[in-house]
Design a protein around this ligand. Sequence first.
Ligand SMILES: Nc1ncnc2c1ncn2[C@@H]1O[C@H](COP(=O)(O)OP(=O)(O)O)[C@@H](O)[C@H]1O
Ligand SMILES: [Mg+2]
Length: 461
Amino acid sequence: MEDSTTAAAARPPGFSGSAENLAHKDPYFHSQSPTHHHDILSSNSIILIIVSIISICIVFAIFLVIVMLRRIKSARKNDSCNEKNNSSRFIAHTATDFSYSPDVRERCLNGGNLLLSTPSRYRGVQVLTYKELELATDNFSEVNVIGNGGFGVVYRGVLADGTVAAIKRLQRDRKQGERAFRMEVDLLSRLHSPYLVQLLGYCADQQHRLLIFEFMPNGTLQQHLHSPKGQYQPLDWGIRLRIALDCARALEFLHDHSIPTVIHRDFKCTNILLDQNFRAKVSDFGLAKIGSEKINGQILTRVLGTTGYLAPEYASTGKLTTKSDVYSYGVVLLQLLTGRVPVDTKRPSGEHVLVSWALPRLTNRDKVVEMVDPVLEGQYSKKDLIQIAAIAAMCVQPEADYRPLMVDVVQSLVPVVKSYNSISCPASSRFQPQTSSPSFSTRYGIKSFGHKADKDYSIGM
Ligand SMILES: Nc1ncnc2c1ncn2[C@@H]1O[C@H](COP(=O)(O)OP(=O)(O)O)[C@@H](O)[C@H]1O
Ligand SMILES: [Mg+2]
């Protein structure tokens, strides 16, 4: 069809219709001898054929150029993906097809496409069979159970290559389960940060859905902060500061370094896991929302999450923004500071909800000392305490617009952590200078300590 259009357009002006039609309509045609008539006809036909051939060639050449450009582009994309295996960016959320059983070990995820070149790995994420996971967990033995959460039971397992892993098995009757499973695989196979728990693999073998994560030997922040006395050593002030900074960096990464933005939506102490050095990593992306679903910077969605951590505007209207995560972060910071849980009905009236109890005290220099976790006595300087309390107060503001961005929180925490570490371990070489954007300290009237104007210090991983 394209060819015929091109050919018609290429005819000389006034040339319309077939040669026979012209012969009937044009009187000049009748006055010519039959031989001359055929000469004109054949020369016109030759021109027509040549023009048509040239047009077809041009169209074909354009098509070839487009195909070549596309191939070059996709080759470059693959190259950069391989180079930046630890890239902080992912491009767009696409649905992923899990209907294939990885029993047939030749398919793996690639944002909705099945990548055939690297059969059982997608950017370090392995596709495992149910059999392999049975072997890893000693047939899902009770003795290997390390937790039981919203997703299902979590087991400690040892993979065939000797890697110790946390293996989460989705309970079949969980409604949100399939969506959570897809979201975790889709997001964590693209997002790589030292502040996020690493997804090692997954299994979508027939009806089975399992996620395989790096094993975090010190469990959750919840366990260390809120387990019955004596079960765990209390976390000291320095460790709490570092955990606060690690978590802030995790959310900063999701909000500002991921394209499109990712909203975690279930940031809480049970989703903060601790490694052998008590460095924190954020886990559980089953409820996460991707910024590409935004309308005017907000996502209208069903209210999901955990009571006590939900931002008021999200809880009441379902309007979700990155500031909802900032609120949840503020609640966790309050837990680190006070050792209290977000909602505790066993406490005297007026103290049930942590945020309501803490907010008026956080900005009162004398009262703030009274609210600190008693086990931390004598470990902190008052100016550090006031700084942390001010950050927490900003994060749990009822009005979302008054809450800081996570990048600002990071900027404000860095000097506090740095100054604490320089006092407690002056010879520490874990700090590496980095350039930074302006701090929100000045904007919110929070003082920075020992903090050069255009330098930021992050803790080396
Ligand atoms: N990567 C991991 N390493 C070590 N333990 C883990 C890991 N992931 C989960 N767990 C343990 O399993 C428990 C349940 O986890 P999860 O399914 O995330 O549920 P929830 O966050 O609702 O507690 C956690 O509280 C934790 O004790
Ligand atoms: Mg969890």
